[in-house]
Design a protein around this ligand. Structure first.
Ligand code: NAD
Length: 496
């Protein structure tokens, strides 16, 4: 018995009419649990028509009304975190604590957006010329869309929709077809929070729905998060159709561990950042660059921690790591381990041999040492529980390795030396940097984004840059007749 997972258009669940569907699995059992509708171009048109009508009204909603909806949404997400976490775990596989963690990080964006009266304040210059005042305002774009990946089915949509809606736009979400139910739950909460119908819609689908969004003249802007090849495609196609596009891509995040680092601190951090959520995080650390003599102790410290990780159903108490998203993806990750071993990497811990539940899409944790720059385990984004250790002799060599990688999402340095850490922050060509912090995802009042192949477009996501992305600036230059020279009788003395 599988559940049918529909769209959400005009404030209600809307069954698909295309006749196309995609199976949804519980990755922990391997069983199919749902069938998600895949939208046709006509269904995307219907969502845009509803959103266009809603956007026309919503831009008139006062700032305090918008803030009130966001405050209400915040309360609802708080109250119903456990339900939403269970939905995420059932389709994604991550452990419940991780699911609750992504909700908490998403919620930060709702809290930030609740400050919309402050965020949209403009500037005012009185007497720019004699009798002339100049001021600026920011206005919504109209209908905007978000296309999101499977790995954060609640947080990434909240990165986008909280600011987009607070700024007065209508938002259409096209979630991943692999775990589509969290989007519907969010839609329900927006409605309960008092958001008018049509301001938040969900169009389920695959490439056909994405292309319909990219080509639709009624959509002004597209935010995307996903893999690099698709991010590039979204950016090129969306901008060719005259849209604003921000497209965040994949990652290969390096940890640079210096000889003076606190080994236990670095090993704990690297283990949680490499294997948490089975490595399916865009900010996962997938390469540890060990400088000099710390290499052996670091590898030993990481290897000693891995057998303690409990791998199993993310919904079960005490589990540290769940399964991968699909059987195909699990097999692809295994293939990378095979290729790394064949190419001469040392397999220190072999996840292929770990005793994991046979149902479901599980794979144990893998630690590869002596990884070289030309091995596919190094060059490709694996997106699984595999950590590669690259040995280098000096800080400069490690820095050069990181800076020559085409991905540049996040990185972290582990050291006790403040001067070196500061130098690294200056030198490294990566968008988000951690200093003894393994996953430096910015808080919601900064903005999130990588460099190079990890981001197409020039605007980072959420925070102040998100507000800019979802609004257009307008500058007003005004001159009013001087009351002292007016011929109209104002009924009071004209004095200055
Ligand atoms: P993906 O690129 O396969 O899919 C992302 C979205 O694009 C989904 O909604 C999907 O339906 C759609 N899509 C897939 N193929 C498409 C195609 N050919 N044409 C049009 N649309 C298509 O990514 P994923 O596997 O869902 O997510 C994992 C990837 O996302 C990883 O590469 C990860 O690094 C990246 N990611 C990046 C960030 C970041 O902030 N930079 C955050 C999370 C995930």
């Amino acid at each position: 018995m599988t559940t049918r997972i529909p769209h959400w258009i005009d404030g209600r669940e809307t069954p698909g009419t295309s006749g196309r569907r995609s199976p949804v699995f519980n990755p922990a059992t391997g069983a199919q649990t749902g069938d998600v509708d895949l939208a046709s171009t006509e269904e995307v048109d219907a969502a845009v028509a509803s959103a266009t009508a809603a956007a026309r009204e919503w831009r008139h909603a006062s700032l305090s009304k918008r803030a009130a909806v966001l405050f209400a949404l915040r309360e609802l997400i708080h109250q119903r975190t456990d339900e939403l976490a269970a939905i995420i775990t059932a389709e994604h596989g991550k452990v419940l604590a991780d699911a609750a963690g992504e909700i908490a990080r998403g919620l930060e964006n709702v809290e930030f957006a609740a400050g919309v009266p402050q965020l949209l304040k403009g500037g005012y210059s009185e007497q720019a010329a004699s009798g002339v005042d100049v001021y600026n305002i920011r206005q919504p774009l109209g209908v905007v869309a978000g296309i999101t990946p499977f790995n954060f089915p609640a947080m990434v949509p909240l990165w986008m929709c909280a600011n987009a809606i607070a700024c007065g736009n209508a938002f259409i979400l096209k979630p991943s077809e692999k775990d589509p139910s969290a989007a519907l739950f969010l839609a329900q909460l927006w409605k309960e929070a008092g958001l008018p119908d049509g301001v938040f819609s969900v169009v389920q689908g695959d490439k056909e729905a994405v292309d319909a969004i990219l080509e639709h003249p009624g959509i002004a802007a597209v935010s995307f998060v996903g893999s690099t090849p698709i991010a590039r495609y979204i950016y090129e196609t969306g901008t060719a159709h005259g849209k604003r596009v921000q497209a965040l891509g994949g990652a290969k995040n390096h940890a640079l561990v210096l000889p003076d680092a606190d080994v236990d601190m670095a090993a704990d951090a690297v283990v949680s950042a490499a294997y948490g959520a089975a490595g399916e995080r865009c900010m996962a650390l997938s390469v540890a660059v060990a400088v000099g003599e710390i290499g052996d102790v670091l590898v030993d410290a990481i290897a000693a921690r891995l057998p303690k990780l409990v791998i199993g159903d993310g919904a079960a108490t005490g589990t540290d790591m769940g399964p991968l998203i699909t059987r195909e993806h699990r097999d692809k990750v295994k293939g990378y381990i095979d290729a790394g071993a064949d190419a001469g990497a040392t397999v220190v811990v072999d996840g292929r041999e770990t005793d994991v539940p046979s149902d479901g899409f599980f794979l144990g944790t893998t630690l590869l040492d002596n990884v070289a720059k030309d091995m596919t385990v190094y060059t490709d984004e694996i997106f699984g529980p595999v950590l590669s250790v690259v040995r280098v002799d000096t800080y400069e060599e490690g820095l050069e390795l990181i800076n020559s990688n085409p991905y540049a999402n996040g990185t972290a340095i582990f050291t006790r030396d403040g001067g070196v850490a500061r130098q690294f922050q200056f030198d490294v060509e990566v968008g988000m940097v951690g200093i003894n912090v393994p996953i430096p995802v910015p808080v919601a009042y900064y903005s999130f984004g990588g460099w190079k192949d990890s981001l197409f477009g020039d605007t980072h996501m959420y925070g102040p840059e998100g507000v800019n992305f979802y609004t257009r600036g307008k500058v007003v230059t005004s001159r009013w007749p001087d009351p002292a020279t007016s011929s109209v009788d104002l009924g009071f003395p004209r004095t200055r």
